[in-house]
Design a protein around this ligand. Structure first.
Ligand SMILES: Nc1ncnc2c1ncn2[C@@H]1O[C@H](COP(=O)(O)OP(=O)(O)OP(=O)(O)O)[C@@H](O)[C@H]1O
Length: 627
């Protein structure tokens, strides 16, 4: 048996030095790398046997076997894959062939970052075994060849290769583990099992843990049957038409860690310059932690069926954080770090696909099953609305998916498409009103003229609506108009215009008087053309911040200078007529200005700054009626 001693390529020596002295804490990934290499070797053997049947005798079960010896402190990873001959061992385990590892070594030279950071960023494959072992042996026999070879090294400078008979085709890697607490779990069955279940649950081939002999009840040594550690199928890798609805639902409970049924799912497979699979679920109920920053689910990222991370934030924008599921890329390196993901082109492509899949699915449900969609909208519409101010790319899709309450849809919702379709011919803009709760805005006097004209007004009361409307701008060529701002802009007949001018002149003195009394709180008092039944209302100046926005900003702890509002009075209301008479007779307006202002504040759902003063004013006016 001739033994040859060979020097590692210089780059490998650098790399191994790094592995041996590594402070990288996530050392368990070495097992993921070795299992992934074994699965690749099994793939290769199966593939080559398609054209050369001798390479894979019938009834051969392709598999990966693991065993630990807690006394000798060894861990064995064995496969019956393609195997390596002497040349392969030299070129694969003595030089750096992989582009990923080359990149790693180059970055190490160029970077001032610590090696610990870099190990986390690049796949280091087979060599990562030296993070946990002070000696590694690889016994391998290539499919189609008769003899085997033993490669062994302690990772310092050189390795040895010798001929070594091996009965079966494949590769057996024995790790002689380092001493110390950090390495103990790798020689225990439970330690190995938990690492495999974490990273390699969906590897296509069976991974079996062979047990150490133990004493049974009779005091005899006994070896239990090997345990298969991965029994789950990577559902997302199967073709959609082979999967039953029940299987999708069952997988949802595993992947989402949530009860209940999903609203829908989308299963895609992309091929071409990049190959990846996505299986994304839209929950029907809001996940319990949807408003918490440290949400833990999201999308799981796999590379070649090997688990990489939970909740991969780069695959989903925050406004789709309710989405659950799996993304599996064939092209990403195994050891992608969070930093790399942020600027990775593959991730950008997958992310686009995921967003499109989810938005398309929601649009489909909205059009096919409106009731189901409305129920979902009540649960999660608020999260989707965040998309309006977080990005511009998907505004068109989001506009179509958004539902609104309105003056015409009492318990149901309306969409913008429906709103526009139902607009009377003379209506030019889309009207909306924002306030704190739907009931108070629905009763706002501001809406009177719009109801009178049969114009629908969208009623918005989610905290996020103010931000959403700022991004909305237009739909189907129609601008959005906040009805609590500025003047009404309906087209008026000559007669209406004349009547308005006449009212302005008639009510000039009353407006001036009210303005003087309320000057501290009111910017202007003017005659309204929007009121029908109420005596007065408050509106916001076109350029000023809305009252709702002011309230939200102060709730967020921001200092806000409140802008003064405009008080509009109804020239056709008996109270205003009576006050106009009082002015003509040079009588005092007594407590009427306070009463009018107070009720305008209450009618829009706001709180009075001084409720006591308002109650006193009302009581005085009511008492006067008793005499
Ligand atoms: N169990 C094995 N059976 C057969 N060949 C193997 C085995 N393990 C490693 N090899 C060979 O050694 C090479 C180097 O392995 P290493 O883990 O360093 O990188 P890699 O697996 O090629 O990279 P990547 O993980 O990015 O695919 C492999 O490409 C393969 O040819």
């Amino acid at each position: 048996m001739a033994t040859e001693k060979k020097e590692f390529q210089t780059e490998v020596q650098d790399l191994l030095h790094l592995m041996i002295h590594s402070l990288y804490s996530n050392k368990e990934i070495f097992l993921r790398e070795l299992i992934s290499n074994a699965a690749d070797a099994l793939d290769k053997r199966r593939f080559l046997s398609l054209s050369d049947a001798k390479l894979l005798p019938e009834n051969t079960q392709l598999k990966i076997d693991l065993s630990v010896n807690s006394t000798n402190k060894t861990l064995v990873v064995e496969d019956n894959g393609i195997g390596m001959n002497k040349e392969d061992l030299v070129s694969c385990l003595g030089t750096i062939a992989r582009s990923g590892t080359k990149h790693f070594v180059q970055s190490l030279k160029d970077s001032d970052k610590s090696s610990v950071d870099l190990i986390g960023q690049f796949g280091v494959g087979f060599y990562s075994a030296f993070m946990v072992a002070n000696k590694v042996e690889v016994l391998s026999r290539k499919a189609g060849e008769e003899t085997g070879y033993l490669w062994s090294s302690d990772g310092t400078g050189s390795y040895e290769i010798s001929d070594m008979p091996k009965q079966d085709v494949g590769t057996k890697i024995t790790l002689y583990l380092k001493d110390g607490e950090d390495f103990q779990e790798f020689t225990t069955e439970w330690g190995v099992e938990s690492i495999v279940r974490k990273y390699s649950e969906f590897v296509s081939y069976g991974i079996y843990l062979h047990h150490e002999p133990t004493k049974n009840d009779k005091g005899e040594m006994e070896t239990k049957e090997p345990t298969r550690l991965n029994d789950k199928q990577a559902l997302w890798r199967q073709s959609a038409n082979e999967i039953k609805e029940e299987q999708y639902k069952e997988f949802y409970s595993t992947v989402a860690h949530e009860g209940g049924e999903p609203l829908a799912w989308k299963h895609s497979h992309a091929e071409g310059s990049q190959e990846f699979w996505t299986l994304t679920y839209i929950p029907s109920k809001a996940p319990f932690n949807i408003w918490q920053n440290d949400r833990i689910n999201g999308l799981k990222l796999y590379v070649k069926k090997v688990f990489i991370m939970d909740d991969c934030k780069d695959l989903l924008p925050p406004w789709l954080r309710f989405v659950r599921g799996v993304v599996d890329s064939e092209d990403l390196p195994l050891n992608v770090s969070r930093e790399i993901l942020q600027s990775n082109k593959i991730i950008t492509t997958i992310r686009k696909r995921v967003i499109k899949d989810v938005l398309d699915k929601l649009a489909e449900i909205k059009s096919k099953d409106r009731e189901k969609y409305e129920a979902w909208w009540k649960e999660l519409g608020m999260v989707l609305k965040e998309g309006f101010y977080m990005n511009w790319e998907h505004l068109d899709e989001l506009k179509k998916l958004t539902l609104f309450k309105s003056t015409k849809s009492a318990d149901k919702f309306t969409s913008l498409e429906e709103y526009v379709k139902n607009m009377p011919a003379d209506q030019k803009e889309i009207y909306y009103l924002i306030g704190e709760n739907k009931d108070s805005i629905a009763a706002s006097p501001i809406l009177e003229a719009y109801k009178n004209k049969n114009y629908e007004v969208l009623l918005l009361s989610d905290p996020i609506d103010e931000f959403m409307m700022n991004s909305l701008q237009e739909f189907d060529g129609k601008k959005f108009h906040d009805v609590s701002r500025g003047d009404v802009d309906f087209e008026k007949t000559e007669e209406e215009k004349k009547a308005e001018e006449a009212s302005k002149t008639e009510y000039k003195d009353l407006c001036t008087d009210l303005q003087k009394t309320l000057d501290a709180t009111i910017k202007e008092v003017r005659v309204s053309s929007r009121l029908k039944d109420s005596p007065c209302c408050l509106v916001t100046d076109e350029a000023a911040m809305s009252r709702h926005m002011e309230r939200m900003m102060s709730a967020m702890g921001q200092s806000v200078t409140k802008s003064k509002r405009i008080l509009e009075i109804n020239p056709n209301h008996p109270i205003c007529k009576m006050l106009k008479e009082k002015i003509a007779k040079k009588e005092s307006l007594e407590d009427w200005p306070k009463a009018l202002y107070g009720q305008a504040v209450l009618a829009e759902g706001s709180q009075l700054e001084n409720p006591g003063e308002y109650v006193q004013a009302i009581n005085k006016l009511l008492t006067a009626q008793l005499h």
